[in-house]
Structures are given as C-alpha cells and as structure tokens.
Design a protein around this ligand. Structure first.
Ligand SMILES: NC(=O)c1ccc[n+]([C@@H]2O[C@H](COP(=O)([O-])OP(=O)(O)OC[C@H]3O[C@@H](n4cnc5c(N)ncnc54)[C@H](OP(=O)(O)O)[C@@H]3O)[C@@H](O)[C@H]2O)c1
Length: 328
C-alpha cells in the first residue's frame, strides 16, 4: 500500500482526498518509481482545486512533477537505483502524477538527473525552473546576451519568475523583476539578483502599440495586458519569451512591435519538449542556478498540506517554489 492524493469526479461532484492505494492500482507502465518529492505548480493548483480543463482522466493522482529512484524497470535503458525526474508529459493531467509515494511511468518520460543535483533540488527546480531555463534558452537563441540591455521578468516572486531572476542574474544580465508584491518580496527579489524591482501595475492602463522601448528581452508568466505592454516596450530585435497566463489568456496587442521593431514573441511549452532539449535545460540548470538561491526560494510541505498550498498558489500567495515530501 502507498499514500497518494486522489482527485475524483462522481456525478460532477469533485473531491480531493489523501488515500491509500495498492501497488496493483498503478497503471501498467514499464518503469516503477519510489517517489521522493513532487511539487505544487500553478497548474497543480488549478487541478487540485477542481478547476476545469487540467485533469482529463478520473480518478487522477495530481502532480506534474516527480523525482525519485527507479524501483523496477522493464526497459534496458534504465536500471533500478537510477535517480530520475519526470516533468510534464501530461502526468497529473492525463496520466497519474507525482503526488504519491509510488508511480509507474513510460520510459520516454524520464529525465536522468545531472550528478550534481539531488532529488530534492531537482524537485525544487521542477517544471517551473525547467520552464524558466527554456525561456532563458529562447533569449540566448535569439541573440539576447547580457550586453543587449535589461530583461524584465513578470510574476517574479512566483516559481518560474524566481528561477528566471536567479539564473539571468548569474549569467550577468541586468534583471528587472516585476511583481505585485514589491513591499513584501522586494528584498527577496534583490537577494535573488534583481537589479531593480517594479510594481506590476506599470504594465497596466492604456496600451500604446509602440511605447518607449526599454527591454532587450522578457520572460513573461502572466500574459494578457501585461504581456501586451511589455511587447510594446521591447527594443528593436528584442525577444519576449512567453510561457504563462497568471493574469489571463488574452493578448490585447498589435502587430506594430513585430513589423516596425522586429520584436520576436517566442512561445514556450515545456510539456512535450523532446528529451535532448530537456537534458540541455537540466544540464544548464545544474551549471547556472546557484543552489543557495534555490534553497532561499523553496519551502517543503507534506502530502497533507497540498490542498491548502494549491488554494494559496492560485491566490498568488506563494513565494518561489513548494516541494512536497511525499514520505512526510
Ligand atoms: N508554458 C509552459 O510550459 C509553462 C510551464 C510552467 C508554468 N507555466 C505557467 O506559468 C505561469 C506561472 O507558473 P508558476 O508555477 O510560476 O506560478 P506561481 O508560482 O503561482 O507564480 C505566478 C506569479 O504570477 C503573478 N501573478 C499571479 N496572479 C497574477 C495576476 N492576476 N496578474 C499579474 N500577475 C499575477 C504572481 O507574482 P507576483 O506576486 O510577483 O506578482 C505569482 O506569484 C502559470 O500561468 C503557469 O501555468 C507554463
């Protein structure tokens, strides 16, 4: 038997409970994992509070991240004892996810952990940190180096934002952190490496299609009006990496920044990135993310705390990352 969070929907009635399941309840996949850690990302918050559109199979073990040790493998490329992470591939949405002490997954979903990363630190990075690195790679691939000018990071005190600020600062970028919590999280964001912290209200109000240009690049996790303002303030040949919708899924922008300033809007979707790209991102995280800063942005909870954390993350109350120790 093992402990798990289970989301159910019976006659349209949603429930989220901590339960005990039998090992035989797990799906028939080739890799069995002793899960050590999962996390609570924004998407997990949506799933665990029963918002529509995330979970597509019921009942569901949520958790879009897991890290742990392979307990049994029917695949020649993986052995018992290997330390692995799974991020995305629809776990916690379509396939049972990480908020449990046991998981069975497809071998194609596994990422080997770089030697320097423990299962705890890999979970602390999780989908949020891995996505932040995919955004950094987009900026680099669009030739936005530290010499090109400041980078703005939105939702900076959240998971993706915190890792993005820390990594960009370590790489030598001048980082402006945009947050709705300047008073309470301003010092935290500066400690992560932000050169400047601005209030997210700066990206609201009337939108000028071409505003005065400030940013060589951006990592945006909020979408909507804020993203439109940032695009209109991006320098010629700048790049905006967009990965989130914490403010909204709309984009009230115009084509002018694209056709008059050659601005690039680079979309990032971490869920189905191929293994090579994932391994590159994880390798870069092991080199370019200071573990002391990762510890500064990470809190640890147990399975019993997950419902509360899920509600808090949707209200924008969580700082940085939350790791779930599934054995606690
Ligand atoms: N495309 C992908 O592959 C991918 C991968 C991971 C995450 N995401 C998306 O990226 C976003 C962030 O994920 P996360 O895990 O970092 O979430 P998170 O930890 O909750 O961070 C989101 C941050 O956005 C800001 N925010 C929240 N509500 C807002 C609002 N109404 N208006 C403006 N800002 C708001 C808050 O930052 P401040 O308090 O600092 O303002 C909050 O901490 C989510 O939309 C998530 O679904 C996408």
């Amino acid at each position: 038997m093992f402990n798990a969070i289970l989301l159910s929907k019976d006659d349209d009635k949603f429930s989220c409970q901590q339960v005990q399941l039998n090992i035989d309840d797990l799906p028939d996949e080739a890799i069995e994992i002793d899960v050590e850690y999962s996390t609570v990302n924004y998407k997990d918050g949506l799933a665990i509070t029963g918002r529509p559109g995330i979970v597509r199979n019921w009942p569901m073990i949520p958790g879009i991240d897991l890290t742990g040790t392979i307990a049994g493998s029917q695949d020649p490329n993986w052995q018992a004892g290997d330390k692995v992470a799974v991020n995305g591939w629809d776990i916690g949405e379509q396939h049972w996810g990480g908020l449990a002490q046991k998981a069975r997954v497809n071998p194609g979903w596994l990422t080997p952990l770089p030697d320097s990363l423990s299962t705890y630190h890999a979970a602390a990075i999780g989908t949020a940190g891995y996505t932040a690195m995919l955004c950094v790679l987009e900026l680099e691939e669009h030739d936005i180096g530290p010499d090109k000018g400041p980078i703005v990071v939105t939702g900076a005190a959240g998971g993706v934002g915190s890792v993005a600020v820390a990594v960009l600062a370590k790489l030598g970028y001048e980082v402006t952190a945009s947050s709705g919590r300047v008073e309470t999280e301003g010092d935290y964001l500066k400690a992560l490496g932000a050169t400047e912290v601005i209030h997210r209200d700066e990206f609201s109000g009337d939108l000028r299609p071409l505003a005065s240009a400030r940013w060589a690049g951006a990592i945006d996790v909020v979408g909507s009006t804020a993203l439109a303002h940032i695009i209109s303030q991006t320098l010629p040949h700048g790049c905006v990496a967009a990965c989130g919708l914490a403010q909204g899924a709309d984009l009230p922008s115009s084509v002018l920044p694209f056709i008059l300033r050659a601005v690039t809007l680079a979309g990032v979707n971490c869920v189905y990135e191929p293994p090579q790209r994932r391994e590159l991102a994880w390798q870069r995280l092991s080199e370019d993310l200071d573990l002391a800063k990762l510890d500064m942005m990470t809190g640890e909870v147990g399975l019993g705390d997950v419902s509360q954390v899920a509600a808090d993350i949707l209200e924008g109350k969580i700082r940085g990352r939350v790791v779930v120790n599934v054995n606690r």
